[in-house]
Design a protein around this ligand. Structure first.
Ligand SMILES: [Zn+2]
Length: 505
């Protein structure tokens, strides 16, 4: 039994009296429930494919010196905007390896006042076949990088297109109804964890935003956790990776069957839902990867082990099929679009010398000028029963769903600190992780799993992969505690979902 609380719409910015929460910024728009509520949503997609013919485009995510040779599929910035009783929030996602806080703030300055936005979030899909938008994947002489991989021309182009995408989404605002689903995909055929402890957050969440008058789809938001790296480090193809095929299928449909040629096919065809599909990447640290896993093409029964563009297509389409089946077969949760956004700016200590050198060389440009500190932001966006945790990097799933360990060989022997898990603490019924939200500060590793010095974790010879792509051992627990603080700030706010007959998840 749930209780619907009817609250007067309020819009305010709070600097809470509680000392620990003094820097938390809160924006709220609660439903009045008296028939005068206005809920609008809009979406847009703008292409940002770089010109690989006439400019040098350095692919980011694996090693350096990967000059793009050919475009396999386009890259985009896609935006969803929701407006509840004139409180307007936008969420964008860019096909790139990561997008820094300085860039996000520059875009906020351009759009917030002009478009009457209360909050702007910009995430990255983390594709490993997209252009360098951080700066550390440029060309090298031997091992020494001599130029940033983030081209200035492309930097301003992406800013311009981000503004265009958000503007178009605002122009597209129309009455909206929101339904949500969540279901675990399982790991087999989808994802593996390359580092112990083996913890995978395999929940796929789907939000369908439709116009209640025309029934037309405005946006479909898909959230799932895996590295978009079906293509290997040697690949020179520019691609959004599997999110491309997933989004394309959701928008335009899946037509993979041919009963005469493939009588044993287990694939099904689905009509596209139209609108704009946005794919948000979740908790991918640890490391979640499709590399080397067998992915089965349900049409032919072919098992693809190689890391190639066939795997990109089949994984994306299999995920779309999973989403289509979920929307068709499972009872949706109807979302009461009460809007609450909480954000907090935080400082994360940087001890990783590679990051410090990259900053000193100017490849990693951050405001403030002190390369031993990174100013970043955590956030929580609640649309009624749905919560998006904005996490500015690649979080290890055990911090999100539980299972942090303190194995023998860890550098800091103490009880797991990031517990209870973020999903246990987060308010709401459908909990989604916006990984690489408003920043990319690298891996967020549980403090008690940090391992740079011998002896090593679980008796291994040598330290595991991960620490070299983290700013330092404090990053994981700093983000965890900051998120927990945001959730704690929800006390006294409406936690009870509306009584709408939806299913529990
Ligand atoms: Zn990564």
């Amino acid at each position: 039994m749930t209780v619907r609380r009817i609250l007067t719409a309020v819009v305010f910015i709070v600097f809470a009296a509680k000392a620990s929460a003094e820097d938390i910024q809160t924006i709220e728009s609660l439903l009045r429930g008296d028939g005068t509520d206005v809920v609008l949503a809009g979406a847009a997609k703008v292409e940002i494919t770089p010109d690989v013919e006439n400019t040098e485009v350095w692919l980011a995510g694996y090693g350096n010196n990967r000059k793009a040779e050919r475009v396999a599929d386009p890259t985009w910035i896609r935006t969803f905007v929701i407006d509840v009783n004139d409180v307007r929030v936008s969420m964008s996602v860019i096909d790139c390896v990561g997008y820094g806080y300085d860039e996000v703030r520059a875009i906020r300055t351009e759009v917030m006042e002009k478009l009457n936005l209360s909050h702007v979030t910009i995430c990255s899909t983390h594709t490993h076949s997209g252009p360098d938008t951080i700066g550390i994947w440029g060309p090298t002489f031997g091992l020494v990088p001599y130029r940033s991989g983030f081209d200035e021309g492309y930097r301003s182009f992406v800013r311009e297109k981000a503004v265009e995408s958000i503007t178009k989404a605002v122009e597209n605002l129309q009455p909206a109804t929101i339904r949500a689903w969540q279901k675990k995909t399982g790991a087999e055929g989808f994802v593996r964890d390359s580092r112990r402890p083996h913890v995978i957050d395999d929940a796929m969440s789907v939000l369908s935003v439709t116009n209640p008058e025309s029934n037309a789809t405005i946006a479909t938001i898909v959230n799932w956790s895996n590295h978009p790296e079906t293509l290997p480090g040697e690949s020179k193809l520019l691609s959004s990776d599997y999110p491309h095929f997933l989004r394309e299928a959701i928008e335009t449909g899946l037509s993979r069957t041919n009963p005469e040629r493939y009588p044993n096919s287990t694939a099904e065809d689905f009509d596209g839902v139209g609108g704009v599909c946005l794919y948000f990447t979740g908790s991918v640290g640890g490391l979640m990867t499709p590399l080397d896993i067998p992915v089965t093409d349900p049409v032919t029964g072919t098992v693809i082990r190689e890391n190639n563009y066939d795997k990109t297509r089949v994984l994306g389409q299999n995920l779309a099929e999973f989403a289509f089946r979920m929307m068709r077969d499972e009872e949706p949760q109807y979302v009461t679009p009460q809007l609450i956004v909480r954000t907090k700016q935080i400082v994360v200590p940087v001890t990783n010398t590679t990051f410090i050198i990259a900053a000193r060389l100017g490849f990693l440009r951050r405001e403030g000028g002190d390369p031993t500190k990174m100013t970043t932001e955590v956030g929580l966006i609640r649309i009624g029963e749905v919560s998006f945790m904005n996490i500015p990097g690649e979080i290890y799933p055990e911090i999100v769903i539980g299972g942090v360990e303190n194995p023998e060989g860890a550098d800091f022997p103490h009880e797991p600190e990031e517990s209870p898990s973020l999903k246990e603490l987060c308010p709401g019924r459908i909990l989604m992780v916006n990984g690489l939200a408003n920043d990319e500060i690298g891996y967020l590793i549980p403090h008690s799993e940090w391992d740079e010095t011998a002896p090593n974790l679980y008796g291994a010879n040598g330290s595991p992969y991960g620490e070299e792509n983290s700013v330092g051992p404090e990053a994981g627990r700093t983000i965890y505690h900051s998120m927990a603080e945001l959730f704690g700030a929800s006390e006294g706010r409406p936690e009870e979902p509306a009584d709408n007959g939806g299913e529990d998840f």
